[in-house]
Design a protein around this ligand. Sequence first.
Ligand code: NAG
Ligand code: NAG
Ligand code: NAG
Ligand code: NAG
Ligand code: NAG
Ligand code: NAG
Length: 832
Amino acid sequence: MAAMSVIGIDFGNESCYVAVARAGGIETIANDYSLRATPSCVAFSGKNRILGVAAKNQMVTNMKNTVHGFKRLLGRKFNDPFVQKELKHLPFKAVQQSNGGIGIKVNYLNEEHVFSPEQITAMLFTKLKETSETALKTKVNDCVISVPSFYTNAERKAVLDSAAIAGLNVLRLMNETTATALAYGIYKQDLPAPEEKPRNVIFVDCGHSSLQVFACAFHKGKLKMLASAADSDLGGRDIDAILAEEFSNYFLKHYRIDPRTNPRAYLRLTTEVEKLKKQMSANSTKLPMNIECFMDDKDVHGDMKRSDMESLCGHLFERVEKTLRKCLEDSKLHHDEIYAVEIVGGSSRIPAIKHLLEVVFGKTSSTTLNQDEAVARGCALQCAMLSPAVRVREFNVTDVQAYPIKLLWDASLGEDGEMEVFNSNHAVPYTKMLTFYRREPFSLKALYKGNIPYPDLYIGEYVIKDIKPTAEGESAKVKVKVRVNIHGVFTVSSATLVEKKDGAAGEESNEEQQNQQSTGESEPMETNPAAAPSDGNAKQQESPESPRQNHNANVNDNQKGEECEGEVADKKDGKKKKVLVKTIELPIEVFTYGYNQSEINNYTEQECKMVSQDKMEKERIDARNALEEYLYDLRGKLSGGALTPFVAESDCSSILRQLDDLENWLYDEGEDCNRQVYVDKLNVLKSSSDPIYHRFTEHEERRGVIENFTRSIIRARKAVEMFQGGDERFNHLTEAEMNTVSQAVNEKQSWLDEKQSNLASCPLFRDPPTRVADMRKELQAFENAVNAVINKPKPKAAPPPSKEPAKNDGDNSKPPEENQQQGSSEDKMDVE
Ligand SMILES: *[C@@H]1O[C@H](CO)[C@@H](O)[C@H](O)[C@H]1NC(C)=O
Ligand SMILES: *[C@@H]1O[C@H](CO)[C@@H](O)[C@H](O)[C@H]1NC(C)=O
Ligand SMILES: *[C@@H]1O[C@H](CO)[C@@H](O)[C@H](O)[C@H]1NC(C)=O
Ligand SMILES: *[C@@H]1O[C@H](CO)[C@@H](O)[C@H](O)[C@H]1NC(C)=O
Ligand SMILES: *[C@@H]1O[C@H](CO)[C@@H](O)[C@H](O)[C@H]1NC(C)=O
Ligand SMILES: *[C@@H]1O[C@H](CO)[C@@H](O)[C@H](O)[C@H]1NC(C)=O
């Protein structure tokens, strides 16, 4: 079985990159169009799906069925104002699904289909997976996928669902910010030692649709996020929109056409202004913009210079500055503590933004990283670290929690009923253990606290079930583990009932009592971060950031309903009392975002069906293309081409007629048939053309065989002559032996002469009376017969003394020598 590969996927709103970690290092993979960027574009037709570059290429002619910009829709509801705003700019139709989610309506297989953004994303992931598998010639499952650092639980869960539908095993959802920082840090040889002051770097990633700014502290072998700030809805596309608006107004005034009324024209305009924007970054003079045959057959001209653009987009640059300042403030860094300001993402190249960076951070920016590929490379590195398949240098990555998370519960028992479990800039992944005393099932609600770029603070509700009072009628002790996992997703990872065993009654430890008293009935107790997570993925436990040991945990809560002996140290007298505790894993009912397992299975099945539909369609198209190609090739070769001499004139015109008919059929009713129909037609065609090709190849190969044959005869004849001349090379042979040679020479010479004359009188368009294969056979037989004689070894006069004695030598000095040889060959094997 081929080795598993690990990949990193930069999942962008516009395009994706895939990088692979291999023994040789990290490299970015090219797709089926030999491009590194695969557009985040999925299109539908009557026969198949069209993914990536091909989808983008047909966008203008299939706008309504070409889906792009869907990354921004993931994990959101249809009536989310942000979604409504996005949909305004997107050419496809979207509706509200019965669960409130977004349904993207397309025409696929000649019927209407509704797909969720998660399903569409899964299709893109399928494409990326295929691209990787083709490039790496191996199966790909394990991956790390990047997400914007500002993604909330719902969006993260949506990406995970999409990956699951595409059959990808996500070892980590990695913040784009963190991936970039890792790609930067891992190759730096001169990072400060752990006890020295860190190297603080600011990264500014201004992309197509969002801005992320983050501060990161580097030491040798590790990085720690200090702060991050983002404007989740500010990017290059906003500048494009403003420029497009400006030019639309201009064209309306000067040409009386409004591109805003024509989606196709507007799309062209956006492409053109994007180009202009890039030119303006390099050139501050007035630059022209010309679009030929734009609308109503009109050619349009306009121009703009950089300073115009800057004043039009002033309010956007203010928002950029605000985000930069927020990151600087949160990081608590002073200008002189900043080592470098690194820019990534296309829009960071805009001079106005570069200028702002200097103003805010007091440093000119640098571009150490490959702007397009840093995120994918960082993800591939992380994937390699998390996977046993590839070895890479370890690099510890400590991320921070962007948004504080609080828990709510029924406060009717006189307690607070609210607690902030993860504060802002808390390190993640992280587990906390909370203790509750309860008589009956209860529920916890998790919510974000404060501002998030998502319309709902709600994360989920977790009902802890099967709780009853203890035998003594007291509240049961329930330990609940809450966790922000490696994907940045909040989970309640387990709930455990802790019971004292009867046998240990009365032996309750002081510490346990103290806990109970100090925290009070039903008061949640925050303990140290818990031990390694119990929720499955062993790889998470191995991760460099796996949480620290929990010293308070004295029960093994990975075991379901099993007894175990907990040891509680009594610090006062230094003695240890044994307390028998029984822990029971409690069921948790979860109400949160995303698909449940049965939905994922359902969509996975649908995805697989579509994949095989695409495969069938590809095979069908390939068969049609093969037929078409064969047709044109054959026609060329028959009409005055290489095959013309090998077909009788009347046959030729009949085949050419056959080809014309076939061509007409291909573009008419044969436009759209099953694969087998094309295969059959090709076979019929080949039955006419194969004999012609056969005569052609016979003719081509014949000359060489005859040459070889002739050479062989000459060689044998020469040997006979030498023998007759008494040449010492052959003087060990007998006259009779040599006679067989000269007989064979004469026979074959006349055989060959006869065949050649037959062949010469046979027209090229007739099947040759003698086949090349027969000549070869004849030649082979001749050579064997001749060689048997003339290659006969001469008897050895006297064996040279240094050489090993001949085999029939029976003297007894041989065995030791053999032994020696055996010994030495064994030695060799040992070395290998
Ligand atoms: C990285 O983290 C692991 C586990 O937390 C630790 O054992 C290791 O020493 C750390 N390495 C560095 C270079 O800090
Ligand atoms: C800037 O653009 C103008 C107009 O196209 C051109 O004439 C000039 O050479 C360009 N300058 C640079 C530095 O590229
Ligand atoms: C990045 O990802 C983590 C999960 O690894 C998430 O909890 C956190 O909010 C993100 N960090 C930043 C700086 O946005
Ligand atoms: C999964 O979700 C679907 C749709 O919300 C629901 O109909 C189904 O009962 C759920 N299945 C399970 C096993 O929870
Ligand atoms: C599976 O998906 C189809 C199509 O979206 C839907 O009609 C059906 O209800 C789904 N079934 C389940 C169990 O989710
Ligand atoms: C002729 O002989 C050479 C050398 O033995 C061989 O490589 C070549 O293929 C032969 N040509 C044909 C047409 O059989």
